[in-house]
Write a protein that binds this ligand. Sequence first.
Ligand SMILES: [Zn+2]
Length: 467
Amino acid sequence: MFDTIFSGGTVHDGEGGAPQQQDVGVRDGRLAAIGDLSEATARQRLDVSGLAVVPGFIDLHTHSDFTLVVDGRAQSQVHQGVTTEVIGQCGISCAPLRRRGDRVDLAAGHAPGALGDRQWQRFGEYLDVLADSPLGVNVAAFVGHGTVHRAVLGDALHAGEEEDIARMKRLVEEAMDEGAAGLSSGLEYWPGILSSPHHLVPLCEAAAHRGRLYSTHVRNRDRHYDLGFGEAISAARQSGARLQISHIQTKYGAPAYAGEHTLELIAAARRHGVDVAFDVIPHDWNNTGVISILPQWVREGGTRATLERLKDPAVRQKVKDNPAPMLLIVKARQWSKVKLLNARANRALIGTDFAEIGRQRGVDPYDAAMDMLIEEGDDAPRLMWATQSFSEAEIEMFMRDSHCAVISDTAALAPDGALADQLFSLSGYGWAARFLQHYVRDRQVLPLPEAIRRITSLGSPRFQCNK
Ligand SMILES: [Zn+2]
């Protein structure tokens, strides 16, 4: 006796095998049988003939760390078939914190009063809070290097001395012993951007000793993409950690051959025994915090100190003159390809490009962006923009590589409740659907069974805690 039988569907195993027409029986919320269940009994029987039946999707790269605590239903993910998320990516996690109850500068989730009296400091305490929330998805949580760095050094403008690195390593070890599934870094973000390989390798060793993965948002994916990817491979090689290169697509400003060269770098590393894989966002628009366009020296001392500096016209000029900001599409003033994605003070402008925002305000769009950071106040890290920084041809080239997983880089949200007014990426509610529709069905980049493997079984063994 099953609770539900899905009968007559085309069943994919998630490992790339040929799909077969079979029935699927579910009991107590779990898969109980696959095969010919025409004689079996069930409380309900759903005819799904003509439809694909697939394992739940695994999203290997999300920023739902805070939103899942605010509203764990993960409606935006569940409704497109995601059943597991790997959070804590790009160096940003909710723990460990410098002090209990410190603010977490994550871009999404800061609804007023949403946390109640739930607080944490250690990674394990955060996991306890998460486990107490009713969750719509399974969660594996990475500990972020940037968060660990801030726990030790706050927002000071330096990467730390030997004893600071030793403290960071102890925090990573503690986090892993308390349940962190891996270590991530975000080397284009404050404060990860301050670090050099010799700061990162000891932390990667902590991951390697426990058989955990190191995932990295590399330092540069435009002019010096080869240094950025080379640094990631070098850290993995020296530490012995398995490596996941996050959202690998190169950005506006990279040479046309950058993606191809990057695959050659990875292939060479794999030939010499480094365990490297990577993932891609199924979209040519990226999403990130506006505040990340600012150079390191503007970020010293935290959000309030940053916004105070931005009131100075001389500082603004230096920001605009920065020769190597995070997004060269902004440096190139391609403002029609830069759109406001998430804001609180300027909600009415969400979806508007910065050429238009500049016109409406009668100011240089670069100044408009800095004005809007100031207008957000403490929520400035939540101000996000989307830019058309990626190349479709390159995305498709990466997808054709068998080591390429497909990920959302988004945060789990819901259209009602505390997160209703938030956005995190252009396809947050439809990244998996967009992958299957645009790249698989329309562009035929991959056959469907292989496409499903990329969002189900591919990453799962690498992301598990082996020791
Ligand atoms: Zn990232």
